[in-house]
Write a protein that binds this ligand. Structure first.
Ligand code: PYL
Ligand code: MG
Length: 268
């Protein structure tokens, strides 16, 4: 998981509406609808409007990222929640959230990002929420994943969750994972993925999920008008020229889809 910067989260906060407009153009779904389609298929209505949700800054490890909790709250407010950043970090922040009747608390340290429903004890992790939300976006953009070849780049926590979700939605998953131990571990747990080289995968797949921390190794010559790229993390595997050629078909931001699915799963 690449550690976000203040610039990353500030850019997302500023472009949230623009991102959602692009998402709607390519998938037909806004962030609320995408989250509800991810939580259940067919979608169920999740009580997001007016839900009291607190984001608690966490100072452990490398410490607070300026603007991170504010960005989480901006996404939650965009979804219709009553959201706020607690005045204090850490345990005092969790206490404030409780005292102010928060239903869900968002917390992130250097290793995990969770949404905790303090009422029912449900604890939602960012990695599978992000992966599942991006697969929902890809499926909506493609119309269906049944029998479709999908190229998955990377079998880290997000990649493995995406692989499971893609297979469950009927996709034929081709994966590029240079770490042989990671690849074998995924195959050993029965993940139905087909290892390929990048060239083989790009030649066969128009649908791509980029779950790697590597940057800019897919250029404009390797994308087509049929390519749809779900890119849940920073940086993107696509070069700026490839991203420009893809336009809204390069579905990419670092927090919004993950937070939307997290809060929907915490409240459903
Ligand atoms: C959750 C994000 C998504 C991508 N990378 C992950 C990351 O940057 N994790 C670190 C988050 C640290 C937050 C800090 C704070 O401001 O509360 N502890
Ligand atoms: Mg990436």
């Amino acid at each position: 998981m690449t550690r976000l910067t203040t610039a990353d989260v500030g850019a997302l906060t500023d472009r949230l509406r623009e991102f959602e407009a692009g998402l709607k153009e390519v998938t037909g779904l806004g962030l609320r609808e995408l989250a509800m389609n991810t939580v259940a298929h067919p979608p169920v209505c999740v009580p997001l409007y007016g839900a009291r949700v607190a984001a608690v800054p966490v100072t452990s490890g490398e410490g607070v990222i300026g603007g991170f909790s504010d960005c989480v709250v901006a996404i939650l407010a965009h979804l219709g929640c009553e959201a706020w950043v607690t005045a204090q970090p850490d345990v005092r922040g969790i206490q404030e959230a409780h005292d102010e009747a928060a239903e869900v608390v968002f917390l992130a340290d250097d290793f995990r990002f969770i949404a905790l429903n303090t009422g029912n004890g449900r604890c939602v992790d960012d990695d599978p929420a992000t992966a599942d939300g991006y697969v929902t976006a890809l499926e909506a953009a493609a119309g269906s994943l049944l029998g479709r070849y999908v190229l998955l780049l990377g079998l880290g926590p997000v990649g493995r969750a995406a692989a499971r979700r893609l297979v469950s939605r009927g996709a034929a998953v081709e994966v590029v994972e240079p770490d042989q131990a990671r690849l074998q571990a995924a195959l050993d747990v029965g993940l139905k993925v087909q290892p390929v080289t990048l060239a083989e995968g790009l030649a066969r797949c128009d649908l791509i999920v980029d779950a790697t921390p590597a940057a800019g190794f897919i250029d404009v010559a390797e994308v087509s008008p049929l390519t749809v790229a779900a890119v849940p993390g920073l940086p993107s595997a696509f070069t700026p020229a490839a991203q420009a050629a893809l336009g809204v078909r390069h579905i990419h931001e670092p927090l919004a889809i993950g937070v939307a699915v997290m809060v929907a799963r915490a409240l459903v």
